[in-house]
Design a protein around this ligand. Sequence first.
Ligand code: ADP
Length: 893
Amino acid sequence: MTMRQSTSLSSLSSYDKDYSAQSHYTRNNLLSGQWQSKVPERNVNRDVLVSEEYVNDRQDRVIGKTDRSAGQKKKKKKHLITANLSGTRYDVVRQMVEKVGFSVTKDDDLGAYLIWNDSFVSMDRISELKSYQRMNHFPGMGEITRKDALARNLLRLQKAFPDDYNFIPKTWILPTDHSLLLGYARDLKAKKKQRTFIAKPSNGAQGHGIALYKNAEKIPQTEHFIVQEYIDKPLLLDGYKFDLRVYVLVTSCDPLRIFLLNDGLVRLCTEKYVPPSDGNVGRLFMHLTNYSVNKHSDSYEKSMGVDTGSKRSIKYLNDHLRKNDYDVTLLWKNISEMIVKTMLVAEPHILHAYRMCRPGQSPASDSVCFEVLGFDFMIDRKCRPWLIEINRSPSFGTDEKIDYDIKSSLIEDTLHLLNIKVSDKRRNLANMKAEAQKRLFRTTKKGDTADMTELEKRRHNIAKRKEELKEQLNRVRKATAREDYENRNLGRFRRIFPSDDKIRQEKYCNLLMTAFSVILSGRGAAMQKEILQTYNNRLQEEDITDQIEQCEVDEKEGRIFTSQGRPPRIPKPLTSMPDNLPVTAEQREDDDDSDDQTESFSKRILTGGSRSRPQSVHQRSNSESPPSNKSGGATGRPASNTSLQRTKSLTRIPAANKTASSQRTGVDENILSSMVKEREEELTKKTLTALNEMRIKFPGKSDAEADNLLDRLHENMKFHKPRIASYWLVKLDSIKRRKVIDIVRSNVRAVIQRIWKCSDIDSLRLFRIFSRVFNRLLWSHGQGLWNCFASVGNSWETIFSKSSECISENEMNSCRRIVQLCKDCLLIVYQFATEAKAAPSQPTSDTEEQSPITYNGYSYLPSRDAKPPPTWNPQTFSQRYSKLYQSKVEGMT
Ligand code: ADP
């Protein structure tokens, strides 16, 4: 399979270097005023690829079919992907559609897979589309493509985020804002400042009806115009004013996905620029950059080379700017942020309109709409970009070679990213049937629940939860598959939303939530959770499979929650768990106290420290787990380390690494992958060493004392086991159990942060593996960890035996160490609670207990030399607990 090189560099500026190399079309003929290219002809039977969604590379899908025998051709032909192009006048669209192997169908074929229209279509037409069809317009997009609507929407967000939405020139919407405009002009006069204004028809295009005014009072009041402050100090190219046409593809609004093309057009005026004056405001060839205006100028120059002509490429502009010491990377970072921020303002309108048109469409299904937008920017003398307008039907005219080069790859890459498959139609039918059946099933079930017994209802709830999880899993898998497909088929696009940069993405989510609440005032709050879930908090596949597994275990073992969702007070004994101790009345009374003691304890308990200590009993018990250097020691998990599996794991390296790896596009993928693998292995090893050095501290006791204590607990396990079981499984509720595990988790996080030097720990493969282990330990109301005290087997290891992910020896041993630390932590917490309960209650000196010692910038609580705590101060559980999280591991520097 030939993988198409995906482009994921951080700015347009980085891509354009290979522009010339990629421009493989040659000027061969000029037909009817349009520049035409020789498009390689291909007889394509697209049904070869039908069954897999997102899986196959587009090269497979197109090229892999050419070898079919002629005899088969006739039969296969009716399965081609069809495109209805009756609504477009552009030849380049037809050429690219044929190039990617679609078949252009009859004008009246309303069931075609792809429908391309130059102008916008009605919402009714979008409602009528079948879910396998795609049309090149979204409903609601007019909210950013009409000049007055764009200004109105951006100004609304500007109120909430003045620093983020300051990228359009000062704007007034007439006739409403006429008096505001005059007031502004008067203020300027009073301050003796001069400004020029540009008035544009609200729904205009191609420069029609535009005029410049030196005096705002002369602007007619009654018309539907927008008036802007004129950018009078534009950056010039060879003395000419210019603007940028940047192409943006939106493939879906539910969820929003935005791509930016790595090239575009620079359109120059045809008369040298002179700042506006009463004498020159009427000279359109000097002040308007539209091609539709300037092509009528005698000075219009067709582009013959990269550095001449009235139209040039963005690649050329970037080179030019770089040569003149402008920060091109920053320029494109700003432009891509402006595009996303504008789309975030449009999203509430588009999503609302889209959902109205497509009620009941599952979020996991493909969008029936997509859109190629033309964003126009101007750059001022300080290299600051300004958004001028957005076109929903950008011209695909190819009068010149430069047009053809850029627009043909724009359309071709768009068609590939849409990932239309022959099988979409069949799947659509099957889905419709399944949905209908499900609806039928749901009604029957609803009727049934009324007659259910309490037990049946609970069972039913678990089954329902499992169904929900499965649906969620399906969505997550589809999203992952979609992302994988996109990454392999970006062509000359790069995805700008959702962003790979976590911090930026968080900021976008914040803007999006505000946009919803400002624009859809009443419904904004309801969208918040959905936005966070969709864009900022994507559950990982393993988390969901773990939860499904837990449902299954609960179902099998009859552990069914009460209606309040709490587990039964006394858990069902496991083989590894001794009979539960009867909870005495005294213990019950002390419940709250004891929890508090646990927590105050955990404030003082810390993992870490590099001091070695003698081999202890409980350490020896750790060595019962399979030895680290034995092959296949990882409990029968798939030990193979195939490149495929490795590639899978590599997709999970942190964003920063990802970018770095894909930037080295010249390096052989295998070498790159083995380099990354080696580095990962080395860091994992270091992590394991650090984890082995970590110790659970007992507040007020030295490490040796804590070790002795653990040894004593292990020696008397027979006595302690039922008490520990009662304490962990019964006394602590799920929040407190989680907090005990979090003592280890937060310190492990700190260790990883130090070793991997990575800010986005959560997306790090190793930490995600650890998270699965931590989650497993909390499984079934704490039974996960409790099972680890059993003398046989380590049930948590099965999470890896069922997964297709390959876990290395070092990773597995790190997990084992973590489990050991959690066990130690539980023992110490238990011991601490027991001691605290026995000790008489005395007030504690706050300063002694709370002032952590700082060491190399980290703070930690004293342990070795501190006096044993007299007892706990009366702080609340969470107050004391929160301090623990601030602590870092001693000796980590
Ligand atoms: P149209 O849709 O009619 O092309 P635009 O808003 O794109 O209208 O404006 C046309 C041209 O006018 C732009 O390409 C740009 O050259 C110029 N222009 C528009 N707004 C401004 C402005 N605020 N400052 C300077 N030039 C502007």
